[in-house]
Design a protein around this ligand. Structure first.
Ligand code: FES
Length: 169
């Protein structure tokens, strides 16, 4: 295991990474989970994250960036505190997903991958999030909101803005 004396991560995350790097027969198999945990802690996959994960897994930074650029759920820029992901895939599209996305764009004043000036919300158009039976569906951070209408979406956004969102700790 590569020794990383000056880690950028919290002791808990660094310990989790030490473990992840040791449990797979091929060390680089730990890369995607590590990228996701790093993104949760740092807010995005920064250059420093790339450098440390490459060192931890004995990879080139280019290898890490190759994986990073493939997965749309990994970000290289900070998202808002609440990342609003609107599904426009087939079930959601048929039940108003695009209208919901347009509504969010108008309400938040930002486009796809945009962040509100106060950093509270970011917006993304995403592919299926596995909630097709309850379309149209939106994911905010790790929480799902479904069977939405523009009016219900307004209430969801207002709850987060007021600190009452589903996953507000
Ligand atoms: S198509 Fe939107 S959740 Fe599956």
């Amino acid at each position: 295991m590569a020794v990383v004396p000056n880690t950028i991560f919290s002791p808990e995350t660094a310990a989790r990474f030490d473990k992840l790097a040791s449990i797979y027969p091929v060390k680089r198999s730990a890369l995607i989970p590590m990228l996701l945990y790093a993104q949760d802690e740092v807010g995005y996959v920064s250059d420093e994250v790339v450098a440390e994960l490459a060192k931890r897994l004995d990879l080139l930074e280019l290898d890490v960036r190759g994986v990073l650029s493939y997965y749309s759920m990994l970000r290289t820029k900070p998202a808002g505190k609440y990342n609003v992901q609107v599904c426009t895939n087939i079930s959601c599209m048929l039940r108003g997903g695009f209208e919901l996305l347009d509504h969010c764009k108008k309400t938040l004043g930002i486009g796809h991958k945009g962040v509100t000036p106060d950093g509270l919300f970011s917006l993304e158009e995403v592919e299926c999030i596995g909630a097709c039976c309850w379309a149209p569906a939106v994911q905010v951070n790790y929480d799902f909101h479904d069977d939405l209408t523009p009016a219900k979406m307004d209430a969801v956004l207002a709850d987060y803005a007021a600190g009452r969102g589903k996953d507000v700790k």
